[in-house]
Design a protein around this ligand. Sequence first.
Ligand code: PML
Ligand code: MG
Length: 261
Amino acid sequence: MQGDPFYSVRMRAAKHNSHENGGKHISGGEMISTYDTIKYAVNELVEKAITHSRGKPDFFQVQVELIHEPINLVKPLEVQTNEVESVECGQALARRILENSGVPKRIVEKAYEVIAECSSIRGAILLDIQTGQRLDNWNEKGVRVSRMDWLPSNFEKWAIHQHIPPSSRLKEALVLATKVCDHPATIAELCWSDDPDYITGYVASKKIGYQRITRLKEYGDEQGCRIFFVDGIQNVSTYISYLEKQPILIQWGEDDDRAIN
Ligand code: PML
Ligand code: MG
């Protein structure tokens, strides 16, 4: 594998028009592939786009791009699952975990105000934990974290070891959270799905790991949330460029983080 070129393979799907023309976001996906597995990666992403609980897309795009930069290997965050009985209990726990991760209470409150205002945003919102200001540019797009993956064999080994069913949804969310939390300016992430049939979400941070919470919304609800709480960012474009461009593979069971290409 050392020395082989890698490719970023990404997909976005929408209904009633493309995203940029006001369509409804259906689904997105990110993979990193070698040349030999590009066909498999494209098929996976097409399958994801056309079999989605948010609806049948009438627009989708799959993009393949050679990665020139070295790919960093990063260990997955530790995962814990918190069973809760209701959305109220789940949301109260999410708030407590955010505070334990270092997000001040008033900023947690601010985040919930922002969530209520941005019901149809499809990417992530960046929130400064000192000022409570949104740092992304306030459009409906938000920031898309890209160029990240976890090779199937290593992910499956990890899942067996953790006694966790190897779901691709958990994999994708843990990959994203691990990449985001690996940046020193990220204090925590709060996320739940915009898919109507999936109600588990999480709070993640370097300090407390990836804390799954089994109910953060009701079934049928298509409003999702992804907020990155950040601190000490000198240059917002450099942070966004890390999220969008820095290639990362999650690797479990290695002693050191290192680059492979
Ligand atoms: C999503 O589907 O967009 C996010 C899923 C977050 C939770 C994944 C999990 O840990 O089960
Ligand atoms: Mg979704």
